[in-house]
Design a protein around this ligand. Structure first.
Ligand code: LMR
Length: 442
């Protein structure tokens, strides 16, 4: 473990904001970059000691002592190794209990947008302190330290801990939320079956780790593609966590669909509601214009060009990710991060009366006749407690039924390809030469 030692008088000092109490000692271990950030120290406290890990090559966990209690902080980063007592200050006394949030692929572009939103309080609220547990690969560890440094420098009052690491068995310890972004993109010439296998291995390992060390009611949002099947693999490897707690991100598709409808109708997008994305986050997904509403009216009453709805609109949503890659030269990152925020907020705040949101969830017990044992995007509502229920009273006509069946068939084929990773026997991959694509692969 690379540790930098700094001798100081035993002291207590407010840091970052007046509510953050930290205790420093004559044996203070801090990263070099951190030393110059320390404010002047004052108020001495006897027998306090803090040690901070400063490098991912660190071997030993960090021992932190506060009020005689020694805590072990594995791989904590810089300023976030310091201890604090939220109950000691007027300002923070009313805050909720700290929650642990894991983010994989934490050094990537999506995370670079997301982490700062999480830390600012935009997602979980202004009285919800958080600890970020950042998972990266060996290759990205320097970048991960860079992310942690930027988080330090942002002085977010609600961000109380940041740990970085490469082992999900350590990083996922006690997490209440896991946002799984890290996955390999499909490279040139790579078969979809290969992609499913490579990424599936990652999500099988992470599912096992969550099962072993996460909070038993952890909520898991899978973003890494192909996210529906990755979420399925993850949940199958985590039998102690309710299957209902796993989500595949289709909120980006919902947001894209709302935007397209708003454009066509000439209204601002907050006028579009009840937008369901059915199925897979792929080009078979079904943006449901039958049940969606504009200004409270059925979309088909507001937009009378039904041919456009069936063809232009549907295809524009299905292929939006691909178009974006053509323009940007890379996958969507900022809008994906925004949609992750939206997806989580939809679970931690009550759904407005009469509305719903889309998320990819386990199909067992669904009222739409979709095959069980899949992760499929469907309309959901939440009371704001982190949980959700499926919306029952949606209309499914022949058009929708046929297209939903196509996405269902695709997910069943993906499932057969990963049977070796879900504990369901020998994999048999019959995706075929015209296998379906991620939105970004078109
Ligand atoms: C998106 O929808 O923008 C991404 O899932 C595209 C991709 O394939 O990375």
């Amino acid at each position: 473990m690379a540790m930098a030692e700094l001798s100081t008088p035993k002291t207590t000092s407010p840091f970052l904001n007046s509510s953050s109490r930290l205790r420093l000692s004559s044996k203070l271990h801090l990263s070099n970059h951190f030393r110059h950030l320390l404010p002047p120290l004052h108020t001495t406290t006897p027998n306090s000691k803090i040690s901070c890990s400063v490098s991912q090559n660190s071997q030993a966990p960090v021992a932190v002592q506060e009020n005689g209690l020694v805590k072990t902080k594995k791989e904590c980063y810089g300023v976030f190794c310091l201890t604090y007592d939220l109950k000691a200050e007027e300002e923070t006394r009313s805050w909720k209990k700290l929650i642990n949030i894991a983010v994989s692929g934490a050094a990537g572009m999506i995370s670079n947008h997301l982490l700062f939103k999480l830390a600012s309080g935009e997602v979980f609220g202004p009285d919800q302190p958080i600890a970020l547990k950042l998972l990266g690969s060996e290759r990205s560890i320097q970048a991960l330290e860079g992310v942690a440094m930027e988080l330090e420098d942002s002085l977010f009052p609600l961000l109380r801990e940041v740990d970085i690491g490469t082992d999900p068995n350590e990083v996922f310890q006690d997490v209440e939320w896991a946002i799984l972004i890290g996955a390999k993109p499909r490279g040139p010439g790579m078969e979809r079956a290969d992609l499913l296998d490579i990424n599936g291995q990652i999500f099988a390992e992470q599912g096992k780790a969550l099962n072993k060390v996460a909070s038993p009611n952890v909520k898991v949002l899978v973003v890494g593609n192909p996210c529906n099947t990755n979420a399925l693999i993850c949940l199958k490897n985590a039998p102690n966590i309710p299957a209902k707690n796993f989500h595949a991100l289709t909120r980006l598709d919902e947001n894209r669909a709302k935007c397209q409808l708003a454009l066509k109708a000439g209204v601002f997008y907050d006028k579009v509601s009840n937008m369901t994305i059915w199925g897979n986050h792929s080009t078979t997904q079904v943006p449901d214009f039958l049940n969606a509403r504009i200004n409270g009216l059925p979309v088909k009453e507001v937009i009378t060009d039904h041919k456009w709805l069936e063809e232009g609109f549907t295809e524009s949503v299905q292929k939006r990710g691909g178009l974006l890659i053509q323009k940007w030269g890379r996958s969507s990152a900022a809008s994906t991060a925004v949609s992750i925020v939206d997806a989580i907020k939809s679970l931690v705040t009550p759904t407005p009366e009469g509305d719903w949101f889309s998320t990819g969830v386990y199909t067992d017990g669904n009222p739409y006749g979709i095959e069980e044992g899949l992760v499929f995007s469907m309309p959901c509502r939440s009371k704001g407690d982190g949980d959700y229920e499926l919306v029952k009273d949606v209309e499914i006509d022949d058009y929708l039924r046929k297209r939903i069946a196509k996405s269902e068939a695709e997910l069943l084929a993906e499932k057969r390809c990963v049977a070796h990773l879900t504990g369901e026997g020998i994999a048999y991959c019959d995706l075929g030469p015209v296998d379906t694509m991620l939105p970004g692969e078109v």
